[in-house]
Each structure stands twice: as structure tokens, then as C-alpha cells.
Ligand binder design. Structure first.
Ligand SMILES: *Cc1c(COP(=O)(O)O)cnc(C)c1O
Length: 375
């Protein structure tokens, strides 16, 4: 068995003709930057998200940076973000001279705990950035209520949960990334909607913000050679847009394949008390960017799996406050114990659209034999 953490080659083999044709037509047309595929993709993603403005850009980190720039935050303004996330969320805040303020996360869904927002807010706080980690929504009803009460803008880091839905208590459901003022995503190859290089996008329902976001991503210009605001250069290549159009049409099928793989893991690992399986809150669907378990002796389990030919990954081994780049820049006003523990105990198992029952059975049996020998 040759188990992959992620099987992009296997996925490509199943859509090869369509992808090859899409890429070849861009090359034929030779309109590599701002070709028609880019607008078409933006329109299709906007419809997929329920009628939103979509501004494609060069990667997910740029998307977050452009979102912060569009909100006109000033150096020294504070932005609240989860203490357990990928570094990019904190990085863009620090890069713009803003102050990252850490909020602890829920031990169940790994995402920002809305109650913590009120604990760490100050009169300098202007925005909050919930991250929908591993494919599961943050408690957006709680986040939006806190943001409204405290007068904060909301930027959703939706790099890992494209296609996930948040269910409000009134029965309404919205796509992750379309609930706050601005949503951001990444098309890094390993993401649920990944291209064949770098890519990203920014979403908003607000026409004024959408126009600013578009200008900022394009050197601050609306009209060619007239620069109204200081922006940057962040574009999605036409070839990547062509790949993304093919894959967006299959995103729901891919999500279903991940969800099936997740429920197989659940059945196979249900009786292993020592391991905490990923939690599914009633307020969110889970699109399983990762299938992340928690186990006290994570490093030993990871090493054992590796010795049996099973890859696994630690997302993320260090909380933001332990990163040398951020140690002295972040503000911590409340305990981040959950984040610190998660960094020690999380382990993501192989998860992708091509994962088979037999592979998962071998993974589950190997985990069980390790736990049995480690009691
Ligand atoms: C991948 C990711 C990003 C950054 O996206 P890039 O396209 O790699 O720049 C930001 N935040 C989170 C949570 C991510 O998973």
C-alpha cells in the first residue's frame, strides 16, 4: 500500500482531459494575465457562494493582507485572531503595523471562542479574524454578535473551509467566508479547492468594499495609470483560473468524498477511547480539509505510523505566541491554554478525495495496535 497524505496525482488522473484542454486553450490564446477565464471563474465562485463579489488574487496570504488594507486600519490598531492558526493570519496583521491580539480557541472545534473576544478586546481593537480551521466553521453567530456589540469588523480566514456552511439558529445557512465583512481564501494546491500553483480570492457582499479590494489588488487603480490609493500587485494567473473552473464544478463531489472518508474513519476508530475524534458542531457542516485527532502521546503515535508507512502531519506544532517572529509582537490578555495543548496533541491523518476503504482500514488498525501496546 502506498498511502498518501494528499493525492493530487490521483485526482488529476480522473480529470486529466478536461484540465489539459483548459490549460491548452489558455496557452493557445496567450492571454496569461487577466484572461477571460479569470472573470468567468470569479463569477462562478461568486454564484457558488450565494451571489457575492469575488476578487481573485495571487494567494491566500495576499487575500488576508488586502482585506486588512481595505478596512483602512491604522498602525497600532489591534486585530483579534485565534491563538491556534496558520502563521499567515498573524503575519499579515504584523506586516501592516497592526497589533495581533490572541484569543483562545474551542477545544472541540479548534476555532476562536467568541467569549474570548470580549475578554481580550480594548479601545484600540478594530477587527477580528476568525479562521475556519480544518474545514469546520468557527461559531460565527457568536463572533458576529460580539463584533456587533464591540464595533469590530470581521475578516474570515476561509482558506481551509471553502464549501462549508454555517447554520444560524433561525434556520438560515450561509457559506463560510460570506458572513463577516470580508472573506478570504487560498487555492494553494492542497486546499479543498486547489489550483496547480498559487492562487487566492477575497469575497464581500458590500459593493463599496468590493471595489476597494479590487483596486488594492491592482496597484490601487480603477482606471489604467491612475492610482488613487496605495495598493499592491496580486493577480490570479489565467492558467490557474482555468484549472479552478474545472475543479470548482466538482467541489461538492470532492467535499462529499472527504465527508465519506471522515465517516469511515469515525466508524473504524469509534471504540478507541484514548483518541479524540474531530467534533462536528450542529451549527456547521464539516468539509474535512483535515481529519484531525487529539492524542496525549501524539509524537509517539506519529512516529509509529511513519514506521508502518503511514504519513500524518501536525497542523500546527506551535501556537502563534511560541513563534519567534511573533513572540514579542502579540498581545495576550487571557489564557491560551487550549491552543497550547492543541499544538501538543493534534495529529492530522491522511485525508483526500481518493482515499480508499482499504487504506483507511490499515490506518485505523495500525492506530489501534499502537494504542493497545501503549496502554
Ligand atoms: C493556506 C492558508 C493561508 C495562506 O494561504 P496561501 O495561499 O498559502 O498564502 C492562510 N490561512 C490559513 C488558515 C491557511 O490554511
Amino acid at each position: 500500500m502506498n498511502i498518501q497524505m494528499l493525492d493530487l496525482r490521483g485526482q488529476y488522473r480522473n480529470i486529466k482531459d478536461e484540465i489539459d484542454n483548459a490549460v491548452a486553450s489558455v496557452i493557445e490564446e496567450a492571454h496569461f494575465i487577466n484572461g477571460s477565464e479569470v472573470d468567468k471563474f470569479a463569477g462562478e465562485l461568486g454564484s457558488y457562494l450565494g451571489g457575492k463579489y469575488v476578487i481573485p488574487c495571487a494567494n491566500g496570504t495576499d487575500a488576508l493582507q488586502i482585506a486588512l488594507m481595505a478596512l483602512e486600519l491604522k498602525p497600532g490598531d489591534e486585530v483579534i485572531l485565534p491563538a491556534f492558526t496558520y502563521a499567515a493570519t498573524a503575519e499579515v496583521v504584523a506586516l501592516l503595523g497592526l497589533v495581533p491580539v490572541l484569543a483562545d480557541v474551542s477545544p472541540k472545534n479548534f476555532n476562536i471562542n467568541p467569549e474570548e473576544i470580549e475578554k481580550v478586546v480594548s479601545e484600540k481593537t478594530r477587527a477580528v479574524m476568525p479562521v475556519h480551521l480544518f474545514g469546520h466553521s468557527a461559531d460565527m453567530a457568536g463572533v458576529m454578535a460580539a463584533a456587533q456589540k464591540l464595533g469590530l469588523k470581521v475578516i474570515e480566514d476561509n482558506a481551509q473551509a471553502l464549501g462549508a456552511k454555517f447554520h444560524f439558529s433561525n434556520g438560515e445557512s450561509k457559506s463560510c467566508g460570506t458572513i463577516g465583512d470580508i472573506g478570504c481564501t487560498s487555492f494553494f494546491p492542497s486546499k479543498n479547492l486547489g489550483c496547480y500553483g498559487d492562487g487566492g480570492a477575497i469575497f464581500s457582499s458590500n459593493a463599496y468594499l468590493a471595489e476597494r479590494l479590487k483596486m488594492i489588488a491592482n496597484h490601487g487603480q480603477k482606471e489604467k495609470y491612475r492610482h488613487d490609493i496605495v495598493g499592491c500587485n496580486s493577480r490570479l494567473d489565467t492558467i490557474q483560473a482555468a484549472v479552478l473552473r474545472v475543479k470548482l464544478s466538482r467541489l461538492d463531489t470532492y467535499t462529499a468524498a472527504r465527508q465519506e472518508a471522515a465517516s469511515r474513519y469515525r466508524e473504524m476508530l469509534a471504540d478507541v477511547e484514548e483518541i479524540t475524534l474531530p467534533f462536528e458542531e450542529s451549527f456547521s457542516t464539516h468539509v474535512y480539509h483535515q481529519f484531525t485527532i487529539q492524542y496525549r502521546e501524539r509524537d509517539a503515535l506519529k512516529a509509529y505510523l511513519a514506521s508502518k508507512g503511514i504519513p500524518s502531519m501536525v497542523y500546527y506544532p506551535h501556537p502563534i505566541e511560541a513563534q519567534p517572529a511573533f513572540r514579542e509582537r502579540v498581545v495576550k490578555r487571557s489564557s491560551t491554554d487550549v491552543s497550547v495543548r492543541l499544538a501538543r496533541e493534534v495529529l492530522s491523518l491522511p485525508m483526500h478525495t481518493e482515499l480508499t476503504f482499504e487504506e483507511q482500514k490499515y490506518i485505523a488498525e495500525t492506530i489501534k495496535s499502537f494504542i493497545a501496546g501503549n496502554k
